[in-house]
Structure formats: structure tokens, C-alpha cells
Design a protein. Structure first.
Length: 190
């Protein structure tokens, strides 16, 4: 069974949406994700970056993130054909470990928590595929990367992209079908 590594923030959990919600309330603005094309929330609010860092480092911040649409149902279907590993760069925010773990247990209870990887650099992750929003992580990964669209990465070129989970699922099921077809072709006798 092939293995898929899945990032958490911006792929399963709406990190940007929560940051925008907090910052809009704090500053009195009404920015949306459309205002972020090619930028992070931190870049949208450069004068308030210390406040945003403080918010993100709060022990419960990651526990309050919304689930990305279709991620649960798509991952559940994919888990019937692939081994699913969650690979989150939690080392970037060490205070997030418990909140991320609890969030995953609540929203993705069908996944094996022994396959949750809290890391920094995903080049250490052994998988056939990595679904991530971060070009650095995708470039460091040795398997096949799939860039999941997020406001900050929209101007970034990458050969395999998905704008939602249904696209991810379709791509990976097609990969599975082509892999199965290749195996059956190689098993034929002449």
C-alpha cells in the first residue's frame, strides 16, 4: 500500500482563516483571503506581527481551527487505498503539539495517531506523496509532491496543484488506477 503524507495547516486546517478572523477583530479591518494573493496574514499586517505571533503561540490556537472543506470525507475514502500519515511542521510552533494532536483526534478519528508526525523539515518523511501548501517542504520532499492551494502560494509555480480536496482525491485515485494497470501489464505472460 502506498503512503500519503498530509500537511495539517492550510491543507486540513484553516490556519489562514483563523488568523484573518483574529486580526480583523483586533485591527478593525475586514480583509478576506482574496486580499492575500501571494501573501501571508503576517505580511498583510506588518505592524502587528508581534501580536499575531503571540496569538499563534497560544496553547489552544490550533485547537480552534476550522476543518478544510471535503478533507475529512476525501481522506476517509483515500484511506481505503493508501496509508495516511499526517506530517505537520509543528517545530515551527512548539506550543502547538497538544492542540494539533487533539484537533486531529477530534476531526480525523479514523486515522491512526501513531502515524502523526510532528516535525520541522519534511525531507525526513518517508512517503510516496506529500500534500502541502509550502513550496519549501515540497521541494525538500523526495516523493511526489502535490501543492494544495493557499493564498500565499497562488503565484508559485508547481507541476501538480490542487485547489480543493476533491481534486486531490481524483488525482490520487487516478495514480492508483495507473499503478494497478502497470502491475497487471507486467504480470502478463507472452
Amino acid at each position: 500500500m502506498k503512503r500519503i503524507a498530509v500537511d495539517m495547516d492550510e491543507v486540513l486546517a484553516d490556519f489562514t482563516g483563523k488568523c484573518l478572523e483574529v486580526m480583523n477583530a483586533y485591527v478593525g479591518t475586514s480583509f478576506t483571503k482574496d486580499d492575500l494573493y501571494g501573501k501571508t496574514v503576517n505580511e498583510l499586517y506588518p505592524d502587528h506581527s508581534d501580536f499575531l505571533v503571540e496569538v499563534v503561540q497560544a496553547p489552544d490556537f490550533f485547537r480552534r481551527l476550522d476543518v478544510i472543506e471535503e478533507s475529512q470525507s476525501s481522506l476517509k475514502r483515500l484511506s481505503e487505498h493508501y496509508e495516511i500519515v499526517i506530517a505537520t511542521a509543528a517545530m515551527d510552533v512548539p506550543t502547538s503539539f497538544q492542540a494539533k494532536y487533539d484537533w486531529l483526534l477530534e476531526h480525523f478519528d479514523f486515522l491512526d495517531p501513531r502515524l502523526f508526525i510532528f516535525c520541522g523539515d519534511k525531507k525526513v518523511v518517508q512517503a510516496d506523496y506529500l500534500i502541502d501548501d509550502n513550496i519549501y517542504q515540497l521541494n525538500a520532499f523526495t516523493g511526489r509532491g502535490i501543492m494544495f492551494d493557499a493564498p500565499h502560494n497562488l503565484p508559485t509555480d508547481y507541476d501538480v496543484r490542487a485547489s480543493n480536496w476533491l481534486e486531490v482525491e481524483a488525482y490520487l485515485m487516478k495514480e492508483l488506477d495507473s499503478s494497478t494497470a502497470s502491475k497487471s501489464d507486467s504480470n502478463r505472460t507472452v
